[in-house]
Design a protein around this ligand. Structure first.
Ligand SMILES: [Zn+2]
Length: 315
């Protein structure tokens, strides 16, 4: 941590000599305590104060411990300070985007999302999911993110676990630095391709959600499911659009612009809508029946549940 120009901390101490004259004579010396050591000790102290418990991580499948990162909490507080959504939503976000696994760095939202997928498939762990891929040649998952839910490197070698990211300027189906680019509004996969489609806090950022739902239904096999997370403001009675895309492609803001953090673009991602308590009715109008899976935050001291949603292709 200590770089060029950083002062080194000097601690002076006096050590008593051995022998008959020890009571009156002292040797003085200087010990330099490396700033890196202090930084290390501070990090240890911070880890202890942020430590929240042990458990099995559903994302990496390993025994781990989980920590509530105060710097992440502060970052989210600063980011959402001016948002015109409820304080309850802001607090929910601070809780669900935290409690990080020290092994794979997954947040509790990501882990509970992974658990919801495993539960739906009646699997106990990601190891059983890997076995399912090996034993069932036709079983396929599409995740609209680069291995966000399941962190084991083995998943990267499974061709029937398809992942993608959204890159500005790329064409659907193209690869950017080895990662497939897909636009959820116009997926390049054939009809009836996947048993499960996964999106993680994405649907609030797509301009045409009706088109996205239609596309996920198209690429899902009959009885396939789309399992996803979205932020839902439980103090907002009715979902509302924040922005729309005009026919000429321009974006028109209907409310104050809200930008969420996005690891793929420094300018973040625009939120096109706020989901409220009528989220089931909202999706009903898009032609799907929404189910909510509410999972407790078992890896932290928060009593806030993490909600995961799903709808099924029924024909
Ligand atoms: Zn983990």
């Amino acid at each position: 941590m200590g770089g060029i120009g950083t002062p080194r901390l000097e601690v002076k101490y006096q050590r008593p000599t051995r022998g008959a004259c020890a009571q009156s004579e002292f040797l003085s010396g200087t010990v330099e305590v490396d700033k890196q050591m202090i930084s290390f000790l501070k990090r240890c102290g911070r880890f202890v104060s942020e430590f929240k418990g042990f458990g099995i991580c559903h994302s990496c499948g390993r025994r781990s411990c989980f920590r509530f990162r105060k710097n992440m909490e502060k970052w989210l507080t600063d980011l959402s300070f001016l948002w015109d959504c409820s304080e309850r939503l802001k607090n929910d976000l601070r809780l669900r985007e935290n409690y990080f696994c020290v092994r794979c760095n997954s947040s509790v939202r990501v882990r509970m999302h992974a658990k919801a997928v495993l539960d739906y498939l009646h699997l106990a762990s990601d190891h059983e999911l890997l076995a399912k891929f090996k034993n069932e040649a036709n079983f396929k998952i599409y995740e609209a993110a680069k291995h966000q839910l399941f962190k084991s490197p083995t998943f990267k070698h499974i061709s029937s676990y398809v992942t993608s990211e959204y890159y500005d300027q790329a064409s659907p189906g193209d690869y950017v630095d080895g990662v497939r680019h897909e636009d959820l509004e116009r997926l390049t996969f054939p009809n009836d391709s996947f048993d499960v489609v996964i999106t993680s806090d994405v649907l609030e950022h797509v301009a045409d959600l009706k088109k996205v739902v239609a596309e996920t239904l198209r690429v899902l096999k009959p009885s396939g499911v789309h399992i996803f997370t979205i932020p839902v403001d439980k103090d907002l009675p009715h979902s509302r659009e924040r922005a729309i895309r005009l026919e000429n492609g321009e974006i028109q803001n209907l409310r104050e612009e809200i930008i969420h953090g996005d690891p793929n673009r420094s300018r973040g991602a625009l939120a096109f809508r706020d989901f409220g308590m009528d989220v089931a009715e909202y999706f009903q109008k898009l032609g799907v029946h929404l189910k909510t899976i509410s999972l407790p935050n078992i890896h932290g001291d928060s009593h806030s549940n993490v909600d995961v949603y799903l709808y099924q292709k029924t024909c």
